[in-house]
Design a protein around this ligand. Structure first.
Ligand SMILES: *[C@@H]1O[C@H](CO)[C@@H](O)[C@H](O)[C@H]1NC(C)=O
Ligand SMILES: *[C@@H]1O[C@H](CO)[C@@H](O)[C@H](O)[C@H]1NC(C)=O
Ligand SMILES: *[C@@H]1O[C@H](CO)[C@@H](O)[C@H](O)[C@H]1NC(C)=O
Ligand SMILES: *[C@@H]1O[C@H](CO)[C@@H](O)[C@H](O)[C@H]1NC(C)=O
Ligand SMILES: *[C@@H]1O[C@H](CO)[C@@H](O)[C@H](O)[C@H]1NC(C)=O
Ligand SMILES: *[C@@H]1O[C@H](CO)[C@@H](O)[C@H](O)[C@H]1NC(C)=O
Ligand SMILES: *[C@@H]1O[C@H](CO)[C@@H](O)[C@H](O)[C@H]1NC(C)=O
Length: 480
């Protein structure tokens, strides 16, 4: 808007430029809509800006919250996919409530939600195609059968942006939660809200995501992923509503997110037991920063429980949690294989938490009986520092495996204040090894106190941190 206002109040030459600019903008298809007289310029940051623009409304979509727009999304994205090699395209979702089933993204493409746009996930199973379970899991998470494709799905893509002025995507998950609780899914796995598979250069930013049927954001087998400025909201008792699950991904940056959920706010994964071991694709080079979590029965950041392809080089900083069960939790089991190593977390602030430090080696859910009982997870090099936690029930519960101790644990500069009725055994440790320094209350004997140790946190920059976003604009039609 700013440029137009400026142009209008200035001299003739500027007026001419304004007319030229308007002329260019009106050639954009958005401006063709009959009821619209004013153009609003949307500005946003993205990995890549796009040359072509269209509005969902041009493809016969109806924003009444009742009409299914599955076909309109499909037609719009298929028709914009032809610009992939000609500067790419952006699809603007205008103000309105756009009901849809699952739809597929395309490469060199931006899905942009206006601030008053709501994408509503259909509650009809028939609106979600089913396909095979993930190869690194071997089975679905809700049942052994196929899985519903996610509401927004993409596979084998490059350069995809999903963003908006905090526009909303509402998964309308209630009906799916009920089916899950009542065992009415016929062995199928509920749809995620956004899943991007086998892709690179992905951005998901500045959106409000609510009530996903199960996990919200699931980048899998992908690299160069930026997730920024998401508000993710689900009831704290909704089943499996993980916020963000980077799964077998390399170079991922998650920042400035606020997550309230019924499961882990962030769950870092890499496949399940023998399937994950065979697939062999770790999650590595992951940055998580400035994330706030509320999840009374789950972790702020979970590593696992599916970690059979390995998890390494995770850097978490400036993490806040309120009324959350645990901080950065490791979940694993016999049969997982894989590893969790070179994990770094610093500057964490927790208020009302059951376990500040929690590692579990008995997270014994398996895809089937074919897991290898000799496949032991390797957990080593876990570093936590600069932690303040208030109103805590247990400082730590750290449970390694007798046959496979967790080693290289370093915890420094931690002040924990306990609840009114704290448990007697504050540090409950078994089969672990490492050090602590400046930790209150004092840790268990497995983690002896050493003076003036500062646990490491890497100071080099990962390539994903060097990625700069471009300043993009889109013209959107607004009502007069
Ligand atoms: C998201 O919105 C914030 C606040 O308006 C803005 O500072 C930031 O640049 C936006 N991020 C992107 C990736 O558009
Ligand atoms: C999306 O793509 C997948 C994989 O190619 C396919 O199985 C599915 O049917 C597609 N979904 C839609 C809604 O077309
Ligand atoms: C997508 O990429 C994977 C891994 O490279 C490959 O196995 C699969 O065949 C590709 N699928 C399509 C539809 O191209
Ligand atoms: C913990 O308390 C000590 C002593 O008051 C203080 O020096 C230190 O900075 C505190 N640590 C954190 C992470 O705030
Ligand atoms: C402290 O934690 C307990 C749960 O252990 C909770 O019931 C209580 O409300 C919390 N107090 C404050 C002041 O947040
Ligand atoms: C200590 O941890 C073990 C294993 O995680 C658990 O079985 C036990 O109940 C805990 N003990 C206490 C007193 O919390
Ligand atoms: C985007 O715009 C901001 C200020 O509006 C500027 O500081 C920044 O350098 C620009 N970024 C690029 C990549 O041009």
């Amino acid at each position: 808007m700013e440029p137009f206002l400026r142009f209008r109040t200035f001299h003739v030459t500027q007026t001419i430029s304004a007319i030229l600019v308007l002329g260019i903008l009106t050639t954009l298809r958005v401006a063709e809509c009959e009821n619209t007289q004013i153009l609003d310029t949307l500005q946003y940051k993205a990995l890549t800006c796009r040359k072509h623009t269209a509005s969902l409304a041009e493809f016969g979509a109806v924003g009444d919250g009742k009409t299914s727009n599955t076909k309109a999304f499909k037609t719009a994205i298929e028709s914009l996919s032809k610009f992939a090699n000609d500067g790419g395209a952006q699809l603007i979702i205008p103000p309105g409530k756009w009901l849809t089933g699952s739809f597929n993204l395309t490469s060199h493409f931006t899905l942009f939600l206006d601030k008053d746009a709501v994408i509503l996930g259909s509650q009809e199973e028939s609106e979600y195609p089913v396909f095979a379970p993930l190869p690194s899991y071997g089975t679905g998470r809700d049942g052994t059968g196929a899985r519903f494709s996610s509401l927004i799905f993409g596979t084998n893509l490059t350069d995809v942006v999903i963003t908006g002025q905090n526009g909303k995507i509402d998964g309308q998950g209630e009906i799916w939660w009920e089916k899950y609780h009542n065992d009415q899914l016929n062995n199928l796995t509920r749809p995620y809200m956004i899943e991007i598979m086998y892709s690179n250069r992905i951005q998901i930013s500045n959106l409000t995501l609510v009530n996903s049927p199960t996990w919200f954001v699931h980048p899998v087998y992908s690299s160069d992923v930026i997730i920024q400025g998401l508000s993710i909201l689900a009831p704290v008792d909704s089943p499996n509503t993980d916020g963000i699950d980077p799964d077998s991904c390399t170079n991922t940056r998650i920042e400035d997110c606020f997550i309230v959920s019924g499961d882990d706010c962030i769950a870092v994964k890499s496949g399940w037991d023998q399937y994950g071991i065979n697939f062999g694709m770790p999650t590595k080079h992951l940055i998580i920063r400035r994330v706030t979590c509320i999840s009374p029965d789950s972790a702020t950041i979970a590593l696992g429980s599916e970690m059979s392809g390995g998890i390494e080089d995770v850097r978490a900083e400036d993490i806040t949690a309120i009324n959350t069960q645990s901080g950065v939790r490791i979940k694993t089991a016999i049969g997982r294989g894989g590893f969790v190593k070179d994990i770094y977390a610093r500057r964490m602030n927790f208020k009302t938490m059951k376990y500040v430090f929690w590692m579990t080696s008995s997270y014994n859910k398996h895809p089937d009986d074919g897991y290898d009982p000799k496949a032991l997870p390797k957990i080593e090099g876990i570093n936590y520092k600069d932690v303040v936690a208030e109103n805590v029930t247990y400082s730590a519960r750290l449970e390694g495996l007798a046959s496979d101790p967790f080693t290289g644990i370093c915890i420094s500069n931690v002040n924990i204040t306990l609840t009114e009725k704290p448990k007697a055994l504050q540090w409950n440790c078994s089969s672990i090894a490492g050090v602590t320094s400046n930790v209150t209350p004092k840790a268990c004997d497995f983690l002896p106190e050493k003076e003036a140790v500062e646990c490491p946190f890497p100071e080099d920059k990962l390539p994903i941190d060097e990625v700069q976003l471009e300043n993009c604009t889109a013209a959107a039609a607004v009502e007069p």
